[in-house]
Design a protein around this ligand. Structure first.
Ligand SMILES: [Fe+2]
Length: 300
């Protein structure tokens, strides 16, 4: 088998074929994978995620892994694996969408966009897919930035925005979803203070400019009045959410998808609550801070 990098049936990301992760990955292969990850933002590996060890072996090609901060989300036998499942009931909110109880819908976001230091990336492995729904989407914010007109680029290049932690769809200000919550709000999350991050971020490894619009988290542009700020953010989000910057993955069991979390947004469509889905995830630790924590006394 020879390693190959192939286009997907979408404008972003690549598929990797010819990779054997049942044994140690040679350093030159790891290097080629790391390069492809930075170059393309999203890598799809079909049908090769056979076991936790294989997933961990592949994940370690991209950096230091970060266990989930909350122990109950860690795989009992592999602490670096994060277990995402509804097999013992929901661990997140359930919403009614058009009469169906949907679990796991998460709109477009970057992980930890509400902190100063996003994860470098993550890798999902489908252990048990659902018959219905359950797709995951990715969106390339480097391509989205590149496609802006020069006037807009000049206007936004030096702006900063405030980003907030949000635990529910109903809290979102942009890209708002129309579901109705079924499970009660019993949010028991740590406190995350607001942060100020660049609206256009320079990727720490590639130097590419990134349009930093995590739709769940972005709140306002620093130093701009509210109506102007809302209009600008809405316009940038509309631009970024175009299908030409997206890849939507229809999962088969043992598929794996890796992404660069500093460059992309991702979303989950969710699936009917009465179907069980099991996903194993690894997270690649972020190493570079993009912004600063906003002092809450001055946040008003
Ligand atoms: Fe996420």
């Amino acid at each position: 088998m020879e390693l190959a990098i192939r286009p997907l049936a979408s404008p972003i990301g690549r598929e990797i074929t010819g990779l054997d992760i049942e044994r140690d990955i040679a350093p030159e292969t790891a290097q080629a994978l790391h390069k492809a990850w930075l170059e393309h933002g999203v890598l799809v590996f079909r049908g090769i995620g056979t076991a936790p060890e294989a997933q961990l072996r592949l994940s370690r090609c991209f950096g230091e892994l970060e266990p989930h901060p909350i122990p109950k989300f860690r795989h009992p036998d592999y602490p670096e694996l994060i277990l995402l499942t509804n097999q013992d009931g929901p661990v997140g909110p359930v919403y009614d969408f058009d009469g169906t109880e949907i679990y796991g819908r998460i709109p477009w976001h970057a992980d930890l966009a509400f902190t100063t230091t996003p994860n470098a990336g993550a890798l999902l492995r489908m252990v048990h897919k659902t018959a219905d729904g359950g797709q995951t989407g990715w969106l390339d914010l480097a391509l989205a930035y590149d496609a802006l007109d020069d006037e807009t680029k000049a206007r936004i290049d030096d702006l900063e925005a405030v980003y907030l932690f949000r635990a529910g769809l109903e809290d979102m200000r942009f890209n708002k979803q129309d579901g109705t919550r079924i499970t009660p709000r019993n949010d028991n999350y740590p406190h995350f203070p607001p942060v100020v991050n660049p609206l256009v971020w320079t990727h720490p490894e590639t130097g590419r400019k990134i349009l930093n619009v995590s739709t769940m988290n972005i709140e306002r542009i620093v130093g701009m009045d509210e109506s102007e700020s809302d209009a600008l953010i809405a316009r940038l989000i509309d631009h970024a959410l175009q299908p030409r910057f997206q890849y939507i993955h229809d999962w088969e069991n043992d598929d794996m998808v890796l992404w660069d979390n500093r460059r992309t947004l991702h979303c989950a469509t969710g699936h009917p609550m009465d179907q069980v889905r099991v996903v194993h995830r690894t997270t690649i630790k972020g190493t570079v801070a993009m912004g600063r924590v906003l002092e809450e006394e001055t946040a008003a």
